[in-house]
Design a protein around this ligand. Structure first.
Ligand code: V47
Ligand code: SF4
Length: 362
């Protein structure tokens, strides 16, 4: 047990008291945490919460990402993945392509993560049909599909409310929404990086609707672009307020911005220290969200391992093929095997635990 003095010397005494009492920390506390120069004390504080919630368990899942198209009408300025229809490098998978990718995955996936661009004319019925077949051929695979941004896009294409889109997808076999599309909620910064994207209120409303239908959902924050520390704290605060109301977020993922092939000009790229601080502070702020993911695809595997000592308890999974981060310069592998995931987790002093998409232990 680390002594109270240790945290007091780092200027974190009063926040430690709140953490030990299970009290919510404020946005002002969040600023103090970002200002704290003692990285190890921050990691130790986040680890108190992480160990209280999950002991020494670190979760992973046998998953398969399916990026069904990169054709997108939104034109987010940070995005290296999207293309216009007909542009070189654009692609769109058929139902057969998707099923073939799933059948060729090295292990049968327990979590099938389906996201893509906002395509101008793929109808919702395409996914209803594809998901129904996936459920028949992969009965153990939980479908985690789409971002709130895609849900709003389908609603516009079909001329129906978002809740109807969610109802239809749920009937077709989807059980979870991914956390993508949240980017940064603060409107001024959001307008600078993705002016055509749905606003924060709409993103949060769609997740609330999904929770009301029994979906669990994840949530993300894209950081390391034009956002301020106040923007990051505002983002975390809005997520925990939504969670107080509708309660369906399972896991938070901070996505460090990958800077290649982007229209954004980044003068001060993220440091590894800032990444770890942000993960630790997310664990401390998001007291009502059970899991914090160390997403090795964007962090790189070594930093993802370090993140386990800064509040993260989930190592994501096998992934198999990933385009969004890699087209923006992520240098991680495309895929990790179960044995590699387990060795990496053990190597950091934690116990690997295989989970399903909903974080039930297998
Ligand atoms: O919405 C796009 C982000 C998201 C870049 O829910 C970028 O379990 C960094 O949401 N650098 C998609 N990030 C990925 C995502 C996700 C990933 C893993 C697990 C889950 C989950 C969700 O990726 C997008 C956007 O926020 N993104 N470009 C980039 N250059
Ligand atoms: Fe389209 Fe998503 Fe890229 Fe934005 S981030 S341009 S919505 S694919």
């Amino acid at each position: 047990m680390i002594s109270k003095n240790y945290f007091q010397n780092a200027g974190l005494g009063s926040i430690l008291d709140k953490v030990l009492a299970g009290e919510r920390i404020s946005i002002e506390d969040g600023h103090a945490l970002f200002e704290c120069a003692d990285l190890t004390a921050l990691g130790a504080l986040a680890s108190i919460v992480r160990r209280k919630m999950h002991g020494d368990k670190t979760f992973y899942v046998l998953n398969r990402h399916i990026n069904y198209t990169n054709i997108c009408v939104n034109g987010c300025l940070f995005c290296a993945y999207a293309r216009k229809r007909g542009e070189e490098g654009s692609f769109q998978l058929s139902k057969e392509d998707i099923l073939e990718k799933l059948h060729n995955a090295p292990v049968s996936p327990r979590e099938i993560h389906v996201v893509g661009g906002c395509h101008p004319d793929i109808p919702l019925s395409f996914f209803e049909d594809t998901f129904a077949t996936i459920k028949k051929e992969f009965p153990l695979g939980v479908i985690k599909s789409f971002t709130a941004v895609e849900i709003v896009h389908f609603a516009k294409l079909e001329g129906i409310p978002t809740i109807k889109v969610l109802e239809r997808l749920r009937k077709a076999g989807s059980e979870m929404l991914t956390g993508g599309g949240a980017e940064i909620f603060a409107p001024e910064t959001r307008n600078k990086i993705c002016p055509k994207k749905i606003d924060a209120e709409t993103w949060l409303r769609v997740h609330g609707e999904a929770h009301s239908l029994g979906y669990t959902t994840n949530c993300t924050m894209l950081f390391g672009h034009y956002e301020s520390i106040a923007d990051r704290l505002d983002h975390l605060d809005r997520l925990r307020k939504q969670q107080d109301e509708t309660g369906g977020f399972n896991c938070f993922i901070s996505l460090p911005f990958q800077t290649e092939n982007s229209k954004l000009k980044i003068e001060n790229p993220l440091t590894g220290i800032d990444e770890l601080k942000t993960i630790a502070i997310s664990r401390l702020m998001l007291d009502n969200i059970p899991h914090i993911k160390a997403y090795w695809v964007m962090l790189g595997v070594k930093q993802a391992q370090a993140a386990l000592h800064f509040g993260a308890d989930d190592f994501d999974g096998t992934v198999v093929e990933e385009k969004i981060g890699h087209m923006a310069g992520a240098s991680s592998d495309q895929s990790l095997a179960r044995v590699e995931l387990e060795e990496m987790i053990r190597g950091c002093g934690f116990t690997p635990v295989e989970r399903d998409a909903a974080f039930n232990e297998i």
